[in-house]
Design a protein around this ligand. Structure first.
Ligand code: NAP
Ligand code: ZN
Ligand code: ZN
Length: 347
């Protein structure tokens, strides 16, 4: 066993505290990564506070993991000690179902093994995430990371990056299209960077008027303050595609009214409360409401390589692990610019 240091929540109301636990020894197909940085996703906060139900404690959150490999198993072929590597939202899947065979491990019929707040594929060994000093992962669920980019700013690509890249690719967003990104947080700011990079005309729909200058700096062409009813009305029926990254309750029918005929709105944000959708919001203009969850290993690697080629990283605020609760408080208020990343050297 490998003695590991991390930070854990013991229950939904407790603050994260130092926590010692064991990881498995490096098996033939495993790599051991010394974690340098871990991004702070709003999903960490939802799960630590048990906002979706079914949380497993003690919980060591963190699924935006980057670091250097210190050891590889005897059968490992894709990595060697000293390589940079990353781990995203899952660490295993059944490998044989249709989704896995298609490279959509995130939709594994047997249920993927979440990087934390889940179990290994034996469905009984709990998984612990990246708010920790090291992790042991099968090489097939480990990502290659370029040496060219600032490493701390790469960490958020492992979740916020792939979660926005994947639907933009799947729905073929590009030049000639008007795209709106709802919510300018961790996911939202990556969505803006990708959609701009793919050639779309991009509008940020934000509930925070103070983020307008940042939205433009990120490359967005337009900004609408959704608390301004007049400005919001002006963009009705104007978007081909909307990516909704909002983490809290909001009126889906209003955002659907901003789509053009045949437009598509994709949910990636996961508000804890259900939000009613009126059939009239969809039928009048043959609109589609869809959802998307992270991305498979192959597509995550494609996204990381695309980012290395195009110099795309996250805009981050680096924090010591001791400030995780303050980071959560700011995140809950929508005050993230635009991703907190934990410097694991502070552990
Ligand atoms: P985040 O950094 O906190 O950003 C969420 C943004 O939503 C906020 O910055 C804010 O942007 C907006 N917002 C918050 N409350 C709002 C409200 N009441 N009304 C309107 N807008 C509001 O969170 P994140 O890490 O990007 O994650 C966003 C959501 O995606 C979370 O629910 C997370 O669990 C989920 N998620 C899903 C996947 C997936 O695979 N589908 C993967 C990762 C995360 P403005 O200030 O601009 O309004
Ligand atoms: Zn995440
Ligand atoms: Zn599977």
């Amino acid at each position: 066993m490998i003695a590991t240091k991390g930070y854990a929540a013991q229950n939904p109301t407790a603050q994260l505290q130092p926590f010692n636990f064991n990881r498995r020894e490096v098996g033939p197909h495993d790599v051991r990564i010394e974690i340098a940085f871990c991004g702070v996703c709003h999903s960490d906060l939802h799960q630590v506070r048990d906002e979706w139900g079914g949380s497993i404690y003690p919980m060591v959150p963190g699924h935006e993991i980057v670091g250097r490999i210190s050891k590889v198993g005897s059968a490992v072929t894709k990595f060697k000690a000293g390589d940079l590597a990353g781990v995203g939202c899952f660490v295993d899947s059944c490998r044989v179902c249709e989704s896995c065979r298609m490279g959509n491990e995130q939709y594994c019929e047997a249920g993927m093994a979440g990087t934390y707040n889940g179990y290994e594929m034996d469905k009984k060994t709990p998984t612990y995430g990246g708010y920790s000093n090291c992790i042991v992962v099968d090489e097939n669920y480990t990502l290659r990371i370029s040496e060219k980019l600032p490493l701390a700013a790469v960490a958020p690509l492992l979740c916020a990056g792939i979660t926005t890249y994947s639907p933009l690719r799947h729905w073929k967003v590009g030049a000639g299209q008007r795209v709106a990104v709802v919510g300018l947080g961790g996911l939202g700011h990556m969505a803006v960077k990708f959609a701009v990079s793919f050639g779309a005309s991009v509008t940020v729909l934000s509930s925070s008027p103070g983020k307008e200058a940042d939205a433009k700096k990120l490359g967005a062409h337009h900004f609408v303050n959704t608390r301004d009813k007049i400005a919001s009305k002006q963009v009705r029926k104007s978007f081909d595609f909307i990516l909704d990254t909002v983490s809290a309750q909001h009126d889906l029918n209003f955002y659907l009214s901003l789509l053009k005929t045949d437009g598509t709105m994709v949910m990636v944000g996961i508000p804890p409360q259900a939000e009613p959708v009126d059939a009239f919001s969809l039928i009048g203009k043959r609109k589609t409401l869809a959802g998307s969850m992270i991305g498979g290993i192959r597509e995550t690697q494609e996204m990381l390589d695309y980012c290395a080629e195009n110099k795309i990283v996250s805009d981050i605020e680096l924090i010591p692990i001791q400030q995780i609760e303050q980071a959560y408080q700011r995140m809950a208020k929508g005050d993230v610019r635009y991703r907190f990343v934990i410097d694991m050297a502070t552990l």
